[in-house]
Design a protein around this ligand. Sequence first.
Ligand SMILES: [Zn+2]
Ligand SMILES: [Zn+2]
Length: 117
Amino acid sequence: MPDGSDGGQRSPDGIDDTPTVACRQCGTEWNLEYELDTLRVGNRAVERFALDHKRHTGHFPDDVRPWIVACESCPDGDEFLTERPARRWAETHARHTDHEVTVSSADGEATTIAPDR
Ligand SMILES: [Zn+2]
Ligand SMILES: [Zn+2]
């Protein structure tokens, strides 16, 4: 029976301050030792992990709120961690396809990018 522990009681030896990332879709949790020790990306470890996870699995891990771009006219779209590549994707897609693209920010605010020619 539950006695108030919220899962934080597993032996913390050595991973005290190593950030962890979980992914519900994979049902796995990782600590970011590899990103910190091998890739040496420091405080961008979570960002780096999220991008690598997306690249290799097609989705972002939990707690990552990406910018989402979605085309209004075709099934194309993508997700990005920051605004700049999201907008660039939208503008490029609009430019080449003449489609309108919706860009949704991490806080859920949506803008439409229209073709500009
Ligand atoms: Zn995953
Ligand atoms: Zn399109």
